[in-house]
Design a binder for this molecule. Structure first.
Ligand SMILES: C[S@@+](CC[C@H](N)C(=O)[O-])C[C@H]1O[C@@H](n2cnc3c(N)ncnc32)[C@H](O)[C@@H]1O
Length: 209
């Protein structure tokens, strides 16, 4: 059967906002950090591929985040998750009229982003979705180097802005995205515009290089 298979509904929460934003904003070169089973990737392919061709770069280790390290079941299932990503992308291919290209980078995001920058892709992407590691130092790297890769008037979206773990000793400020996103936004205050949206995601538009 030609239907997607997703084991969760993570992306559904933000979908109404993306539906609205992507009505006027039509990115063609997209970088996604954190693809999992491909829910957000397939959404972008369907939504944008109905109007024009897109190039989508998907970055994932398919090893899960360190918050999942203690959960042996989660790590063991990542092979299945990666397989489902490819199967879901094959389904997406049958649903759009315009051709699209997907570049799968099966490495850590720091390596991929640094490589893309070294390949001359500064100011290249119209949309960057940051949904990989949720550890503050990693999110900061993805934000800072991702911003270099983002074109002026391009949009960067961070997932899980207020997410944190319930750890035995309480919340750990280094194990969540918010401090990194805040630091990045504050330091680039003159180069971006923050969009006010009612979700757990954080949206910025690059206004200058
Ligand atoms: C929350 S999931 C992504 C969800 C996806 N965007 C969706 O809509 O279903 C996070 C993904 O990031 C990946 N990941 C975690 N740390 C990473 C890193 N440092 N580099 C690349 N991928 C990473 C994990 O393997 C996992 O698949």
């Amino acid at each position: 059967m030609n239907e997607y298979k997703f084991s969760n509904s993570w992306f559904q929460v933000a979908k109404p906002v993306w539906d609205r934003l992507l009505t006027d904003f039509r990115p063609t070169k997209i970088l996604e950090i954190g693809s999992f089973e491909g829910a957000s990737a397939c959404y972008m392919i369907e939504k944008l591929g109905a109007h024009h061709s897109i190039d989508l770069h998907c970055v994932d280790t398919w090893e899960g985040g360190i918050e999942h390290a203690a959960d042996g079941t989660f790590s063991a299932n990542m092979g299945q998750v990666e397989k489902r990503f490819h199967e879901n992308l094959a389904v997406a291919r049958t649903k759009v009229s315009h051709p699209f290209s997907v570049y799968v980078h099966r490495f850590r995001s720091d390596i991929v982003l640094a490589t893309l920058l070294a390949q001359g892709k500064a100011n290249y992407f119209d949309l960057i979705y940051v949904d990989g590691s949720h550890q503050a130092p990693d999110v900061l790297f993805d934000a800072v180097v991702g911003f270099k890769l983002l074109a002026v008037e391009g949009m960067m979206i961070f997932d899980d802005y207020t997410w944190s773990e319930d750890l035995p000793g309480g919340k750990d400020i280094l194990r969540c995205p918010k401090p990194a996103i805040d630091a990045f936004v504050n330091l680039n205050f003159r180069k971006l515009r923050v969009l006010n949206e009612p979700t757990n995601q954080f949206y910025v538009v690059k206004t200058s290089d």
